[in-house]
Design a protein around this ligand. Structure first.
Ligand code: PMT
Length: 406
């Protein structure tokens, strides 16, 4: 994904250094060459061995370790396409802002002429200090501001390192990594709402986060994205708000025609109320009432059979009236939400529905799946292949899914 790019990753002495191990893995998964440079203090928080093992390169710390008569700070600066300093302490930020070059990392920063990203992390009072803010303003680079929350020092405030996916995204954006340019992605998200009457409905716990993470990642990778969702979402790509399974089906079918990939991450209700009451249903004297449910269309299955029929007709040369002539059909990807026997049910589902990929997740776990910021999934493909993606935040999972399927 970032093949041919060299990222100079500067790590300074803050507790957030441990998070950078995952950032290195993300860069490596994207095929970037990662050269780590640490301040001596950074090694109090994370070991050289860990960083070397993950980056598959020597980790540089000391200056004046001259090889081939090239001063290291100049050769590192020449070789890299981008420098990313994360976490950046108040100390390192201030040194770079004022041109102090007293270790290898600050010397390289001083000599670096290409794009630089700085992701600060520090105590909230240090962040608010006017001198630090003044120094930040002096930097001519991209600053990814820290987030608010509980800090390792025990304070609640702004100072926590921003999400590492944000650092990855910004790196990819600056390096102009857009492999999905020209591709149209249609992604669904959220649980559908099936009205009982004007005040009550049947729905589920889907927050829409997984679908939004997929849409954001596809957009970041250059795709033309349409998100069909039951939630209020405001994005720089096309968002279509729907409510019920029937609404979602109409919207998906309209978008299906010129799509290159459809991902059904929405939790679509299998049944809807047969007759929605036009007025609020009144409480009666009865202890029980009965709601009759009817089956909703299975949108994913319908997409898969449309694709299969179209491809079959193309093969035989017979053009049926049920669809237009198309030269290609989108990749169709479903999700599979199970509370037991995940892989067994997922295998049955991919065969039954006929999609190209099925992403299986366990919705009985509280730390992943429904409403969580995290997920852990197994990707099944139509040829029987399987790949497990370990628990990570939904944005990381989304990137990994896109990398796997496209
Ligand atoms: O939204 P989050 O809180 O982030 O949670 C994410 C998620 C758990 C909802 C998501 O990762 C997920 O698993 N989505 C699919 C939920 C689901 O409906 O699973 P299913 O196994 O019941 O359905 C299988 C597939 O068929 C899904 O792609 C679904 O969109 C599709 N389907 C289901 C029923 C139906 N009538 N029409 C469909 O198209």
């Amino acid at each position: 994904m970032l093949s041919g790019k060299t990222i100079l990753l500067g790590i300074t002495g803050g507790i957030a250094s441990y998070k950078i191990c995952e950032l290195i893995r993300m860069y490596k998964r994207a095929n970037a060459d990662v050269q780590v440079v640490c301040t001596p203090n950074a090694l109090n928080f994370v070991t050289k061995l860990t960083l070397q093992t993950l980056s598959k390169n020597n980790v540089a710390v000391e200056e004046f370790d001259i090889k081939n008569y090239n001063p290291e700070h100049i050769s590192f600066a020449d070789k890299a396409d981008i420098m990313v300093i994360a976490p950046a302490t108040a100390n390192t930020i201030s040194k770079i802002a004022t041109g102090v070059a007293d270790n290898l990392l600050t010397s390289i920063a001083c000599a670096f002429t290409k794009p630089v990203i700085i992701a600060p992390a520090m105590n909230c009072h240090m962040w608010e200090n006017p001198i630090i803010q003044e120094n930040l303003r002096k930097l001519s680079c991209t600053v990814l501001e820290p987030e608010s929350g509980y800090l390792a020092c025990g304070y609640l405030g702004k100072g926590r390192l921003c999400k590492i996916e944000k650092i990855f995204d910004k790196t990819a954006e600056i390096l102009n990594y857009k492999p999905l340019t020209g591709k149209k992605f249609v992604i669904t998200s959220g649980g559908t709402f099936e009205d009982i009457d004007p005040v009550r409905y049947i729905s589920n716990y889907s927050s829409g986060k997984m679908g939004v993470a997929l849409a954001d990642s596809a957009k970041n990778l250059g795709a033309d994205v349409t998100l069909i969702t039951t939630k209020d979402v405001s994005k720089k790509y096309n968002v279509i708000k729907v409510k019920s399974a029937l609404d979602m089906k109409d919207a998906v079918m309209r978008e299906f025609d010129n799509a290159d990939c459809v991902i059904m991450a929405a939790a679509v209700a299998d049944y809807r109320v047969k007759e929605t009451a036009p007025q609020k249903m009144k409480k009666t004297d009865e202890d029980e009432i009965t709601l009759t449910l009817v089956k909703n269309p299975d949108i994913l299955s319908e997409l898969c059979s449309l694709k299969a029929r179209g491809q079959e007709d193309k093969k035989t040369g017979y053009i049926a009236c049920h669809h237009d002539i198309r030269t290609s059909y989108p990749l169709v990807v479903g999700f599979c939400a199970e509370s037991e026997n995940l892989i067994e049910h997922a295998k049955e589902k991919i065969t039954k529905k006929g999609c190209d990929y099925l992403i299986a997740n366990d919705i009985s776990r509280k730390d992943i799946g429904f409403s969580s910021d995290y997920n852990e999934v197994t990707i099944l493909d139509k040829n029987g292949g399987m790949k497990k993606l370990e628990r990570a935040d939904k944005m990381t999972i989304a990137y990994q899914i896109l990398e796997e399927i496209f």
